[in-house]
Design a protein around this ligand. Structure first.
Ligand SMILES: [Fe+2]
Ligand SMILES: [Fe+2]
Length: 289
């Protein structure tokens, strides 16, 4: 997608208008799934998802991740509010997600509302609302394989708990023996903060919001797509005590991220006063992306 900043802002305004005009339609269909039917990649028939992971596992090399981190360390692409980013997200379809046919903004509010109903702290409700905003990477001309999908460490051997492990056969790093030992370029138990994860919306949003939120919120944002760790308990040999203590937050959050995806209808207009106040409590009006 080729858009100048001006074009992007015009498009954003159109999207915002469309959202406002369609608020009545933002109640959600209630087609319930059983919990074990979520993330069912094995029985998925979607060639789109398979092709997504073939590209993702082939292209996410250590060099690619390091260059993306440098590229996005400038924060000079857009100045926009959290609400602008939520509006932008509604034009994105996540090709990696077998469960989400709703708009991204409805997913954001559903995740947050489920956390709120269960009495969780305000920072966690806010985390639910914003956790996927890093997907605005699509508007910076990044392909989907560099934005969404499960994440995994690069620079060391691929654990077989990562989905579609066989696709790593095409990743150039597989031919570099240094990168294919259990620990690869990392010391044992060095902690996830010292590991390069495959690049996507988790790491990007973490860098954008890291000055505004408490450590638990940042940890959730940074690793919520690392399913091999928080769902399958893989890669414990790279984690330190801090990671071990934080894993409970990832596991708790994952229940809300996944199982809110087709819950009760929501009326975003009615919810706005609460969420406007919540966002203002933690963020300035404009942040750098
Ligand atoms: Fe996500
Ligand atoms: Fe999500």
């Amino acid at each position: 997608m080729l858009l100048s900043k001006k074009g992007l802002l015009m498009k954003k305004n159109i999207i915002l208008l469309a959202i406002l005009l369609n608020i009545a339609n933002l109640t959600t269909p209630n087609q319930e799934k059983l919990t074990d039917e979520f993330r069912d990649f094995e029985h998925t028939t979607s060639e789109t998802i398979k092709e997504f992971y073939r590209l993702n596992h082939t292209c996410q090399t250590l060099d690619f991740v390091i260059s993306q981190k440098q590229k996005y360390a400038t924060f000079d692409r857009l100045k926009m509010s959290i609400w602008d980013a939520i509006a932008l997200l509604d034009t994105i379809v996540d090709e990696s997600d077998p469960d989400l046919s709703l708009s991204q903004s409805v997913h954001a509010f559903q995740t947050a509302e489920k956390l709120r109903k269960d009495g969780h702290p305000r920072w966690l409700i806010l985390t639910g609302l914003i956790h996927d905003l890093g997907k605005v990477l699509v508007f910076f001309e990044e392909p989907q394989w560099a934005v969404v999908g499960d994440t995994f460490p690069v620079g060391c051997a691929y654990n077989n708990k990562v989905i579609f492990t066989s696709y790593f056969a095409h990743n150039p790093d597989i031919n570099n023996p240094t990168l294919q030992t259990q620990y690869g370029i990392y010391p044992p138990n060095c902690g996830l903060e010292n590991i390069h994860m495959s690049w996507g919306h988790d790491e990007y949003l973490y860098t954008v919001v890291k000055n505004y939120l408490p450590p638990q919120a940042l940890y959730i944002i940074r690793y919520h797509s690392f399913y091999a760790a928080h769902k399958e308990n893989a890669y414990d040999y790279l984690m330190n005590d801090y990671d071990t203590s934080m894993m409970q937050w990832l596991q708790l959050f994952s229940n809300y991220d996944l199982y809110s995806k087709n819950s009760e209808p929501i009326n975003i207009t009615e919810l706005m006063p609460y969420y406007k106040e919540l966002v203002t409590e933690y963020f300035p009006e404009i942040i750098n992306w």
